[in-house]
Design a protein around this ligand. Structure first.
Ligand SMILES: Cc1cc2nc3c(=O)[nH]c(=O)nc-3n(C[C@H](O)[C@H](O)[C@H](O)COP(=O)(O)OP(=O)(O)OC[C@H]3O[C@@H](n4cnc5c(N)ncnc54)[C@H](O)[C@@H]3O)c2cc1C
Length: 302
């Protein structure tokens, strides 16, 4: 028998949609490829979530959101979704089989962006790292770099000073794109140095470990010695499994209307994976609520 709703992904967007679905009595099935809570588990400090003026840790917010969703005793399959086959009902395909639902919400988030320069892949996990919370403690007393200039990069640069002796914030633009208050915080921090207008052209290493980066700056080149490199340059939507199913933009984000509905009736997208997302937890939660409310109407009309 078909479920009312299948929610793919259990980050903030999926959990918010799930809590509302539970409250509305919808028969809901979740799929999750990695860990319940999505990217929340990797966020040391969330600065911009309404209701927490002093910030909140990712793990705390995660446990509250999971606790709320669990109140409705949801079915969760820890499996990667491989494909959606649109129909009436829609079919969601995983390695273990096909699952049917009247409405599907894609809340699969995004993955870390990469620099795409020589040495990055070779030294990933050997000095190149993407999650400051997870890997920061490995760089105690090292001089490290954070590559990027957005809010998340600046927050992580300051956070990493808890471990590293010095953090060099390397950004290709002439000014950091992060919010002014964050930039001020980084500027005033004794252990953060900001290097603007510098592009990392290569990650250097020896004996299997990072030793530094080669940067291009002002028409010249320089080598900077480092013990680690945190790549913090945005994200890529987790939407490859949707190729040929719903319309995607050039960067792979799912195109949606104001109800978070895709070009396939009854298939919705919410959170970082959708086109135009501000890539914030509060926005993902709002998307999840918008999507489930629209999905509810879709189910009622069938
Ligand atoms: C370094 C960094 C710091 C950040 N700091 C902040 C901050 O301070 N404040 C803030 O508001 N935001 C912050 N963000 C952004 C925030 O983490 C995201 O906006 C938010 O997690 C998006 O939620 P989501 O539910 O859309 O996706 P996610 O949290 O990414 O969850 C998606 C889930 O879907 C699962 N999934 C993916 N593909 C499949 C599949 N095929 N089948 C089954 N499951 C699948 C994934 O395993 C994951 O659990 C930060 C981001 C970064 C990179």
């Amino acid at each position: 028998m078909a479920h009312d709703v299948i929610i793919i992904g259990t980050g903030p967007a999926g959990l918010a949609a799930g809590a509302y679905a539970g409250r509305s009595g919808l028969d809901t099935l979740f799929f999750e490829d990695e860990s319940i809570g999505g990217e929340l588990v990797n966020r040391h400090e969330i600065r911009s979530y309404p209701g927490f003026p002093d910030g909140v840790s990712g793990t705390e917010l995660r446990s509250k959101m999971v606790e709320e969703a669990e109140k409705y005793d949801p079915d969760v399959n820890l499996e990667r979704v491989q494909r959606i086959e649109p129909g009436d009902p829609h079919a969601v395909l995983t390695e273990s089989g096909a699952y049917e639902a009247t409405a599907v919400i894609v809340a699969t988030g995004s993955s870390d962006g990469h620099l795409g320069v020589p040495g990055e892949e070779e030294y990933a996990g050997r000095g190149v790292f993407y999650c400051a919370t997870c890997d920061g403690p490995l760089y105690r007393e090292e001089r490290i770099a954070v590559v990027g200039g957005g809010n998340h990069a600046v927050i992580d640069a300051v956070f990493l000073t808890e471990y590293a002796s010095e953090v060099l914030l390397i950004d290709g633009e002439s000014e950091l794109a992060a919010d002014e208050t964050l930039v001020e915080e980084a500027r005033e921090h004794d252990d953060v140095e900001i290097l603007n207008g510098a592009t990392v052209a290569e990650v250097l290493g020896a004996d299997g470990l990072v030793t530094g980066v080669r940067v291009e700056r002002g028409g010249g080149e320089e080598t900077i010695e480092l013990g680690g490199v945190n790549v913090n340059v945005g994200s890529r939507p987790n939407s490859s499994f949707l190729d040929d199913t719903v319309a995607l933009d050039d960067e792979g984000h799912v195109a949606v209307d104001h109800r978070m509905e895709t070009d396939v009736a009854g298939v919705f997208a919410a959170g970082d994976v959708r086109q135009g997302s501000p890539l914030e937890i509060a926005a993902a939660v709002g998307d999840g609520v918008t999507a489930i409310e629209a999905a509810k109407r879709h189910v009622a009309e069938r």
